[in-house]
Design a protein around this ligand. Structure first.
Ligand code: SF4
Ligand code: SF4
Length: 350
C-alpha cells in the first residue's frame, strides 16, 4: 500500500525531473521515504505540472479540506518538496523535481546529522541501482525539457550544465538584485560520506526568485553582490569550474563552483573523451604560442586535462576544452584567450 503511493510518486517526479530519474526498485523506496511521507507523496501526486491553484490540487484528492491542504503544502515547502509562488496576491503551488530541487535544498543548509548521512548513503545506493540499469542496456527515460518554465518560442531547453567563465559570471552577478549562498551540495555529500573535499564549500549560489525562496526557507543565506564576487574569486583561485544550470520554474537557478572529485557532472565530463559534449561550453580556449613562455603553470589548472606540454610547446585539445577559462588565471602572459562559441549568444538568464 505504502509502496503503491511511492510508485505513483515516481511517475510524478519523472514528469518533472531533469537529472535524477525515478525508477521502481527497493533502493528508490528506501531513499524516497527519507524525503516524503506517504501523505506528502499523495499530495505531490495530486499536483498538476507547473504552478497551479490549490483548488486544482484538491480536485485530485478525494474529500480534501482546503485549509488543511494549504497548511500541509506550507510544511512541504519548508522541507523543500514544493514551491509556493505569490502571483498578484494569489498563492500558486508546484512540486519540485528531486534534482535539481529537493535534494539540493536539503543539502544547502550544510547540516551534518544522522538523518542527512542516512539520506546521502541511500541516495548513493539508489544512484548505483540506476547505474546498473544503464549497464543492462535498459536505461530509464529521462525528461529532457520539463514543463513549467517560460521559454522563447521555438527554443528547447538544453538540460546540460552550462560552463561560465569568471568574467561572464561576474557580469551576471553584478546584474542580479537578489543572491543567496549555501553549502555546495556535492562537497557536502562528500563530507557526509567521510570523503571531505579540500576546496571551499560555501559557494553554491542561487539567483533572483530562487534566492529569495531559499533565504525565506532557511536553505541558504542572502549575500550582497560584493560577497558573491568574493565567493567566485575564492572559487576561481581554488580551481573550481563555474557552472550555471538551466532549470524549469523560478524556484532554482543555481550557480555552482565544481570540482571533478565531488561533482558527478564534472567527473563524467573528465572521464569522457569529449568533455565538451557532456556540458554546454560557451567558449573555446585559444593559445597564442608567440606569447607563451612554456612555463607550464596553466596545465595543472585544467580539470579536463585539455592542456599538454609537447616538446616544450603548449597544446590544447579542442575536444577536451570546456571553455572554463581557469587556465587563464595562472598565465603570466597574454597567451590564453577565450573564443566565443555559438552558445555564448544565448543569454544565461533567459
Ligand atoms: S583548457 Fe582552459 S578553458 Fe579549456 S577546459 Fe582546460 S582550463 Fe578550461
Ligand atoms: S601559463 Fe601562460 S605562459 Fe605558462 S605555459 Fe600556460 S599559456 Fe604558456
Amino acid at each position: 500500500m505504502v509502496d503503491a503511493i511511492y510508485e505513483k510518486l515516481a511517475g510524478a517526479l519523472n514528469a518533472r525531473s531533469t537529472s535524477l530519474p525515478s525508477i521502481i526498485c527497493n533502493e528508490f523506496f528506501d531513499f524516497i521515504s527519507c524525503l516524503y511521507t506517504p501523505e506528502d507523496a499523495a499530495i505531490y501526486v495530486a499536483m498538476p505540472l507547473g504552478l497551479s491553484a490549490i483548488q486544482d490540487i484538491a480536485e485530485n484528492l478525494p474529500a480534501a479540506d482546503l485549509q488543511k491542504l494549504a497548511h500541509d503544502l506550507e510544511i512541504m515547502e519548508d522541507r523543500g518538496l514544493v514551491h509556493i509562488a505569490d502571483r498578484d496576491g494569489v498563492k500558486l503551488y508546484e512540486g519540485l523535481p528531486l534534482i535539481p530541487g529537493t535534494v539540493e535544498f536539503h543539502m544547502m543548509r550544510g547540516i551534518v546529522d544522522e538523518r542527512h548521512k542516512k539520506m546521502t548513503v541511500l541516495m548513493k545506493e539508489y544512484q548505483r541501482a540506476i547505474g546498473k540499469t544503464y549497464k543492462s542496456g535498459n536505461p530509464p527515460q529521462m525528461q529532457k525539457s520539463a514543463p513549467g518554465r517560460t521559454v522563447p518560442i521555438d527554443r528547447e531547453i538544453d538540460p546540460r550544465t552550462t560552463i561560465v567563465p569568471y568574467k561572464e559570471l561576474k557580469e551576471l552577478i553584478m546584474q542580479t538584485e537578489y543572491i543567496s549562498a549555501g553549502t555546495c551540495v556535492c562537497r557536502h555529500e562528500g563530507a557526509l560520506l567521510d570523503k571531505p573535499c579540500t576546496k571551499p564549500v560555501n559557494n553554491c549560489m542561487l539567483l533572483g526568485e530562487s534566492a529569495i525562496f531559499s533565504v525565506n526557507k532557511g536553505f541558504a543565506r542572502r549575500v550582497t553582490r560584493d560577497e558573491a564576487v568574493q565567493i567566485i574569486d575564492q572559487a576561481e583561485a581554488a580551481g573550481l569550474v563555474h557552472t550555471y544550470a538551466y532549470t524549469t520554474g523560478d524556484y532554482f537557478k543555481p550557480l555552482c563552483n565544481c570540482c571533478h572529485d565531488h561533482c558527478a557532472i564534472m567527473r563524467s565530463a573528465r572521464k569522457s573523451p569529449s568533455p565538451g559534449t557532456m556540458v554546454i561550453p560557451r567558449y573555446l580556449l585559444e593559445v597564442n604560442n608567440d606569447e607563451c613562455t612554456s612555463c607550464g603553470a596553466c596545465v595543472s589548472r585544467c580539470q579536463m586535462e585539455a592542456l599538454k606540454m609537447v616538446d616544450g610547446i603548449l597544446t590544447r585539445d579542442e575536444h577536451r576544452c570546456i571553455g572554463c577559462g581557469l587556465c587563464m588565471w595562472a598565465c603570466p602572459t597574454e597567451a590564453l584567450t577565450l573564443k566565443p562559441l555559438p552558445a555564448s549568444k544565448i543569454p544565461l538568464t533567459s
